[in-house]
Ligand binder design. Structure first.
Ligand code: SF4
Length: 330
């Protein structure tokens, strides 16, 4: 069952230099119990997309009128962009949708114990008593693998190691049993061993709670280990979507191929890494036609720089936007 639908999401920001486009006509769905990986370099619009699901945008954000974000639920669908008042968003933020960030210090206030913050969140979003909220919080700390959780509950975040902070943030985000978890580069700052543990933990929790996860990362390797489906984003556009298996085994878009070539090869660790050539253009230098044409090694002159490619379906659930995939391309 679909949990969240995003349709034709276009977000622009008002700046002194004029309107800049951060996200353009992005559409995707997340089902219950599914992990969707949203992948792309810094500046591709991943985090803006994620924040828009919780309406955590600055006042200068402008949504195109065609944009739709719908949270499907038993009591009736919720039109997230139609919510006008801050208080209408309260059941959504930290309730039905929770978010974990790359930097856990952003989630915890330094002068309040970790446990007090967890309890506070539960009191806002659930009907639990303070005592029950404390019991559940300690239980969640244990569930994410924090030893001696009752003692840790009364500590401050600076007393936790990096991996422990990340786990505590996940415990807090999951304690309200959100239907959707947005994980924005949640393991980037962790060492490889802890990263693998946190990824495994997230997969277990998805299976147990049947929540959906939008997993944001610049690393297709992490997506390959974690996600069910992947959406590849470049300059605010989704350029390829499909199951992890299809996209990793049969990448169709030159940008996806470039991201894969930039990963270390497990069978040849000495092979040189091939980063995607060039830099992602700034939002004020957004190219016309295909947004990737300034970095694409197979761009078709006279076509790619002038015409926006349409989506081409390659297999059920696997699609990409590239002129080179169209049979009648010159
Ligand atoms: Fe490259 Fe053209 Fe395809 Fe864009 S449309 S990715 S520029 S070949």
């Amino acid at each position: 069952m679909s949990l969240l639908s995003v349709q034709d999401l276009t977000i622009r920001f008002r700046t002194e230099e004029g309107l800049i486009t951060a996200v353009e006509k992005v559409s995707f769905d997340i089902a219950e119990g599914e992990i969707l990986g949203l992948v792309g370099e810094s500046g591709s619009g991943k985090s803006v997309t994620a924040k828009s699901l919780m309406r955590l945008m600055g006042d200068n954000a402008v949504f195109d009128p065609a944009s739709r974000i719908t949270l499907h639920r038993q009591g009736g669908d919720l039109d997230v962009l139609g919510l006008r008042r801050e208080r209408d968003m309260r059941p959504v933020r930290g309730g039905e949708i929770s978010m974990v960030f790359q930097e856990p210090m952003a989630s915890f206030a330094p002068a309040i114990t970790v446990g007090a913050q967890m309890v506070e969140q539960l009191l806002i979003h659930t009907d639990l008593s303070r005592k029950a909220a404390r019991t559940l919080s300690i239980d969640m700390l244990a569930r994410v693998g924090i030893s001696d959780p009752a003692r840790r509950f009364d500590q401050y975040v600076f007393e936790f190691s990096g991996g422990m902070r990340q786990r505590a943030m996940i415990a807090m985000a999951l304690s309200t049993k959100p239907r959707l978890l947005i994980a924005d580069e949640p393991t980037t700052a962790l060492d490889v061993t802890i990263q693998a543990q946190v990824l495994e933990l997230m997969k277990e929790l998805v299976a147990e709670f049947r929540m959906g996860i939008l997993f944001i990362t610049h690393d297709l390797g992490v997506i390959a280990q974690t996600a069910d489906r992947v959406a590849v984003m470049y300059l605010g556009n989704l350029v390829e979507t499909g199951t992890v298996r299809d996209v990793i085994r049969r990448p169709a878009h030159p940008y996806t191929k470039g991201l894969l070539q930039a990963l270390p090869r497990i069978d040849d660790l000495d092979a040189p890494l091939m980063p995607v050539p060039g830099d992602i253009p700034g939002p004020l230098d957004r190219p016309g036609g295909c947004v990737f044409h300034t970095r694409c090694g197979v761009a078709i002159s006279g076509l790619c720089n002038t015409q926006i490619p349409q989506e081409v379906t390659l297999a059920p659930g696997h699609a990409a936007r590239c002129h080179a995939l169209t049979k009648d391309a010159p």
